[in-house]
Design a protein around this ligand. Sequence first.
Ligand code: PLP
Length: 346
Amino acid sequence: MKHKNQVFDNVLDLVGKTPLIKLNKMTSQIKGNFYAKVEAFNPGHSSKDRIALYIIEQAEKQGILSPGDTIIETTSGNTGFSIAMVSIIKGYDCVLAVSSKSSADKIDMLKTMGAKVYVCPAHVSADDPRSYYQVAKRLHEEIKGSVYINQYFNQLNIDAHYHSTGPEIWNQTEGKITHLVACSGTGGTISGTAKYLKEKNPNIKVIGVDAFGSVIKKYHETREFDEEEIYPYRIEGLGKNLIPTATDFDVIDEFVKVTDEDSAHTARLIAKTEGLFVGYTSGAAMQAIKQLGEDGKFKKNDNIVVIFPDHGSRYMSKIYSDKWMSEQGFFDSINVEAAQSIEYIK
Ligand SMILES: Cc1ncc(COP(=O)(O)O)c(C=O)c1O
């Protein structure tokens, strides 16, 4: 229940209803009007608050969860943080199996939020017993009264965005949105949001963002799972080495692939030009828009909404560290002095 004068019962009352913010400088060279749905405004600083709250409340409604039960999940960090936050308020234990690709900051944050964390090797196949999927499955079998959120294969992940992100964007744009651009990891965000928006207006174009090294784009185009596409990449939360059932490929019109390096530089540029301190995949989504813009994809009166999934503070030891950027070779092809100052004018 909401109190008077903007006082809330607890932090969970603040999930969702994130702002849509017009992009100005980033997109000045591209035709169209661009708006970012800035999910860092969620109390857990990412879009994953929406699915954590929705899935847990659905389980409560169905009588699957009782106080003191354990919630288990595999996560690159954000979903874990959100589940840990919801668990604290609602009185559940939270157990998380995470990829070793996750930043040290993220893992420390999960521990701070009271979660028990298992760090699993990133570059093993999904059916390897050491993979975070298999570790989570095993823990689910071992811990009595546990619920496995399983975000990659949970239809409720799509439903959460169908019921929140989709209607919010439709209302915020007064139904004038023409394109949605969103990263696809589990696919829940893009699928649920797109499903709602396309029911309102089937002409809205939905563009997914995928990573080089991921199977998603090729699967969308051919319905073929091609292992040859798989190789390690650095962006967390984008693309996949399997086909998640939480992705509804039919509501997505096309996928664009972006590189680790371009996405990192673009994320840094968003902070410097728009004053928005957002995460690595926000850089990826913006990079996709740049590429689409260069291909002449957008028209002057188009209203393009891009989802920025999380906050930049989670990447201080990665893309916002000059040391990390140099180690990756991301400063090799550009003038480092320029990259570190404000000479990013296009
Ligand atoms: C930082 C970040 N961006 C984007 C995504 C992709 O969202 P979704 O899983 O809904 O496709 C995720 C999901 O793991 C994420 O953690």
